[in-house]
Design a binder for this molecule. Structure first.
Ligand code: 5AD
Ligand code: SF4
Length: 452
């Protein structure tokens, strides 16, 4: 029996890739262990979206540089850093034997055979593929909420972004294969699915049915047993009105959309090669604000993109005041290899990026206080995710993707095999903070569909 350990960095696509990699390894007779010390094969599934993320994996590898000499451990680097750095990784970390990007995971069994045969320079680095990594052996981490890939890769060319270089060209799965997996997830007891893709909105069914994303989303929302459907991530350029219509019509589709804007200035958006203007973006926000459902909107913003003036930044501040996001991720621009923005002039000093970051963070905090405050006194359905021993509260998530921690009189804590995890319950919101809500269980909203 061969043992392996895997550590995953980065986005949900990476988390799900790791679930598929783990499933593949288990199927090949490997056994997963909890720490790198006990593992014969140590894998890092890496992220290179920003420089800090990339550095993490090299720190990890450094920790083992000397120990590796005297042990029989094999090290592998997977994911975006692997694809980006390729064989250079063997020079920086000579104890690494496997370097493979996500577009090569379909070849994982062959790569493992090479490793087992003692080859110490095994690579999977071709991006020339029209395949997606579909496997029946996925080992999912969460028993209630399942990731489901619908599209891989990215055909956009945002000037700051490594993804088109690390994940290869866009390729969609057939709607039939996606729905088959959704049905099979429902049969195994999953009640929530999260459709995944670097840009789900550009989903295009390769089969003659030719479905677009809105159609696929609606069909997933109709799968018996699936109570919640989420999706990530969206690109505003490809975000069609049909998606909002689908959310309006299908209660199983969660009322949450993550729509990264990156900047509120059309001039910056143009230099970012985002392919939409501020007005185009605001039109999409209007569709959502006019929806029958109360759709939570979240976003990503980059501060300090090369050439971002004080006036450009003021437009971003103004946009977040106008949209009133439910939550946002703010990033300081980070130079990435191969990307067009690297060659741009007028890079912004680090201190200035930090200043802009803090202004946005503060502004957004008060918006979230206000928005979350409006939920006090309302009853919200949560999907229970677990129990927090430190606070003595159950952890729930609303359809809008807000964390709602709550007390339950009947079952104050997990006991004798009894748990609320996985159930859908109504919770009365009694308090609100900028990042979460708190409340009291109001009563079960329905029979929970998963056997404990
Ligand atoms: N620097 C900073 N942030 C970035 N992002 C992508 N590339 C960069 C970069 N070079 C952010 C974007 C994207 C999110 C996943 O990461 O906001 O939406
Ligand atoms: Fe990067 Fe743009 Fe692709 Fe998103 S859509 S991953 S920001 S290139």
């Amino acid at each position: 029996m061969k043992t392996f350990y895997i550590e995953t960095f980065g986005c949900q696509m990476n988390a799900h890739d790791s679930e598929k990699v783990v499933g593949t390894l288990l199927e090949k007779g490997y056994q997963q262990v909890a720490g790198p010390e006990d593992a014969e094969l140590v894998l890092y599934n890496t992220c290179s979206i920003r420089d800090k993320a990339e550095q993490k994996v090299f720190h990890r590898l450094q920790q083992f540089k000397h120990a590796a000499k005297n042990s029989k451990k094999t090290f592998g680097v997977l994911g975006c850093v692997a694809q980006q750095e390729g064989e250079r990784i063997f020079e920086r970390a000579p104890h690494v034997s496997l370097v493979a990007g996500s577009a090569s995971y379909t070849k994982l069994p062959e790569l493992l055979i090479q490793l087992e045969a003692g080859n110490r320079r095994v690579t999977g680095l071709s991006l020339d593929t029209n395949e997606t990594f579909d496997t029946p052996f996925t080992r999912r981490d969460n028993p209630h909420r399942a990731y489901l890939t619908i599209i891989e890769g990215c055909d956009k060319a945002c000037a700051y972004c490594v993804v088109p270089f690390t994940r290869g060209p866009e390729r969609s799965r057939t709607s039939e294969s996606v729905l088959r997996e959704a049905h099979s997830l429902a049969e195994t007891g999953y009640t929530e699915v999260q459709l995944l893709g670097q840009n789900v909105n550009s989903y295009r069914d390769p089969s003659p049915a030719g479905w677009d994303f809105a159609r696929l989303l609606a069909a997933t929302g109709n799968v018996a047993g699936i109570r919640r459907v989420r999706f990530t991530t969206s690109h505003p350029r490809d975000f069609g009105r049909g998606i909002v219509d689908a959310i309006d019509e299908h209660p199983a589709l969660c009322n949450h959309v993550h729509l990264p804007v990156q900047s509120g200035s059309s001039a910056v958006l143009a230099r970012m090669q985002r392919l939409y203007t501020r007005d185009d973006y605001m039109r999409r926000i209007e569709w959502m604000k006019n929806s029958r459902r109360d759709i939570a909107i979240t976003t990503d913003i980059i501060v300090g993109f090369p050439g971002e003036t004080e006036a450009d930044f003021a437009e971003t501040v103004d946009l977040i005041d106008q949209v009133e996001y439910d939550s946002m991720f703010i990033f300081k621009y980070s130079k990435r290899p191969n990307t067009p923005a690297l060659a741009y002039e007028d890079h912004i000093p680090e201190e200035e990026k930090t200043r802009r970051f803090l202004i946005l963070q503060e502004r957004q905090r008060s918006i979230q206080m206000r928005r979350n405050g409006a939920y006090v006194g309302k009853t919200e359905e949560v999907h229970v995710e677990g129990y927090n021993l430190a606070t003595g509260q159950w952890i729930g998530r609303t359809s809008q993707n807000k964390t709602l921690n709550f007390h339950d009189m009947e079952l104050p804590a997990p006991a004798e095999g009894r748990t609320l995890t996985g159930q859908y319950l109504d919770v009365l919101v009694t308090r609100a903070g900028p990042n979460s809500l708190a409340g009291q269980r109001a009563g079960s909203s329905s029979i929970h569909s998963r056997m404990q």
